[in-house]
Design a protein around this ligand. Sequence first.
Ligand code: 4NP
Length: 164
Amino acid sequence: MPDHIVQVCFVCLGNICRSPTAEGVMQRLVDDSGLGDKICVDSAGTAAYHVGERSDKRSREAARPRGIALNSRGRQFQTEDFERFDYVLAMDESNLMDLQALEDATEHSGHLGLLRAFDAIAPPGAEVPDPYYGGDSGFEDVLDLCEAACRGLLERIREDFELP
Ligand code: 4NP
């Protein structure tokens, strides 16, 4: 598939904290690797609570010093998204179960799973915890967990799609 653009979607509940952070982290890694024209990154929420909103200010302020800009607007994941995305990556088991229920009605042949499964040192079933109701350290933790997992994800995409 030489001309295929690999499509990646990160999914959490609200699409204002964890999945926009994962999207920003992955976009930075993709850009730094010179693969910006080969890999397209997006995010969505299983819920519609924050459709159209900017990412949570706490997420944006935690990401900025790391050189990561969170510019996406909240959107809800749609069943049709399975037609587009090669990798659909959930932040926690609850998100994953909601996505699996939607995927059942599709012919999705891509990967659906937990983001942290791509972190070689994370235990099986590891999640990115929801920082929404907690303190600022939770937002730093989300960045650290997403960075570790996205590095592994990028390696896996390179292998799967024979990218340089
Ligand atoms: P996220 O965090 O799923 O990481 O975007 C949340 C954002 C909003 C809510 C819950 C989690 N909420 O209940 O509004």
